[in-house]
Design a protein around this ligand. Structure first.
Ligand code: IMP
Ligand code: MG
Length: 423
């Protein structure tokens, strides 16, 4: 019996979906606590590819309930599309297979519009344009609308009127059309009917499940380095992506959490703007992008690729209290003669063990690299010695064990040293 939080320790796209899918074999609930349709988790089962954006990766397992927690921002149009798609493929058989938190906030059409318009101007940061930042802005400004409002139509309409009055001047200033409250109300109240069977109190449900002794897995979206408070601000997402964010986002006390695991890629990627000291703008970067299929699963944008940044991983491990790491996509690196690891930074005559977060320091800091021998393609189930040395080196530099390595997108292409749900 365990309650486990899994987070990505880089800038997202660490292959979390696949590792979470594997762990859900023993989980009763899989919970997301923050973010929204900016996420894109790719799962490959029996050669078939599934992408989830709002629904957690547990959706393909029968007996697992997927939970969209209170701290999330939910675009009902995307959610309904996702529910329909999974239903038509034989998943979400029962209403109890999915819980949508009634206190989660709603992304409205003009939130997406604001996000897009801002990205088209100078000063954009390369967001996914899914309205994530603007939805959280409305929430913090206390003019947001929540899932539960949808089922009290009079209240929904009244709050929406006030919301639109508050936000319309800003949308117009950006060059957008003023939102039409009546149109939004009619389309959202219609979508609400398809979501109704799933709406509930996620926080209470998970609390009670934990007390009963059920296995619960918290699935982080994005990555720790994109955290609003502790990431590479302002090039971050607008929510808490650290393990602590799970407690705040779902409304669960930290004393109920048993383990925190991190997932890192054997190399690093970043999509969108912002500092990336180990970025490769050469043929090796191109090779990693092609072999790793490093294109955004939501936006299709090419991801920037570079070497694994140990000081950045150390920072993420500290921020989230991570006990062990999974290293993914080691198959993508196979065939390289030599591989590099960034083991520290030099800044003004000092050596730093963690990535500095002040933007000027980060721009001035020089990564210190260590080179290692590469490895050939792995035969099924066997880790090539070169890769084993790389994995051991990462574990010793970061100071925590590597509990799994991943060699391809399929469920069976994973070597697990220790399953946290297995006692
Ligand atoms: P937003 O979350 O759409 O506001 O985007 C803010 C930053 O986070 C941008 O750099 C995005 O590319 C990045 N981002 C957001 N979600 C993900 C994700 O799921 N994977 C990788 N990057 C993400
Ligand atoms: Mg992704």
């Amino acid at each position: 019996m365990a309650v486990v939080i899994v987070v990505g320790v880089q800038w997202g796209d660490e292959g979390k979906g696949k590792i979470v899918d594997l762990l859900t074999e023993r989980a009763r609930f899989v919970v997301r606590w923050a973010g929204g349709a900016n996420a894109g988790h790719t799962l490959v089962v029996d050669g078939k590819k599934y992408v989830t954006r709002l629904i957690p990766s547990g959706i393909l397992r029968s007996g697992v309930t997927c939970v969209l927690g209170e701290g999330m921002v939910i675009d009902p149009a995307v959610l309904v599309e996702e529910i329909r798609a999974f239903r038509s493929q034989g998943f979400i058989k029962k209403d109890s297979d999915l819980i949508v938190a009634e206190r989660a906030h709603l992304t409205l059409p003009h939130h997406r519009e604001i996000d897009r318009l801002r990205e088209e101007r100078p000063g954009g940061i390369g967001t996914t344009k899914r309205g994530i930042g603007p939805t959280y802005e409305s929430k913090a400004a206390r003019i947001g609308l929540r899932v539960g409002d949808l089922y009290r139509p009079e209240r929904f309409r009244a709050r929406l009127e006030r919301h639109v009055a508050a936000i319309a001047p800003y949308v117009r200033e950006l060059g957008g059309a003023a939102p039409n409250a009546a149109e939004i109300a009619s389309s959202y109240l219609a979508l609400a009917e398809e979501i109704r069977p799933f709406v509930g109190d996620a926080s209470r449900t998970i609390h009670d499940a934990v007390v009963r002794g059920e296995n619960v897995l918290f699935e982080g979206a994005q990555g720790v380095l994109l955290d609003l408070d502790h990431g590479t601000y302002p090039f971050v997402t607008s929510s808490s992506t650290t393990a602590g964010g799970a407690c705040a986002g779902l409304g669960i006390g930290p004393t109920l959490i048993d383990h925190v695991l991190g997932i890192a890629k054997g190399y690093a990627t970043r999509v969108g703007d912002g500092p990336f000291p180990t970025e490769l703008s050469d043929a090796t970067g191109e090779l990693l992008r092609k072999r790793g299929n490093e294109f955004g699963s939501v936006t299709g944008r090419p991801r920037r690729c570079g070497w694994l940044d140990v000081p950045a991983v150390r920072l993420a491990v500290r921020l989230s209290g991570i006990e062990a790491l999974a290293l993914t996509k080691l198959d993508v690196m196979a065939g390289l003669d030599r591989v590099k690891l960034c083991v520290g930074y030099r800044l003004g005559g000092r050596t730093l063990d963690e990535m500095p977060l002040d933007p000027d320091d980060l721009a001035a800091a020089e990564p210190v690299f260590e080179e290692m021998e590469g490895w050939p393609d792995a035969a099924a189930g066997a880790v090539p010695p070169g890769a084993a040395r790389f994995v051991a080196r990462v574990a010793s530099l970061v100071g925590i064990p590597v509990w799994a390595t991943s060699w391809g997108p399929g469920r069976l292409q994973t070597v697990v040293e220790h399953n946290p749900f297995a006692g």
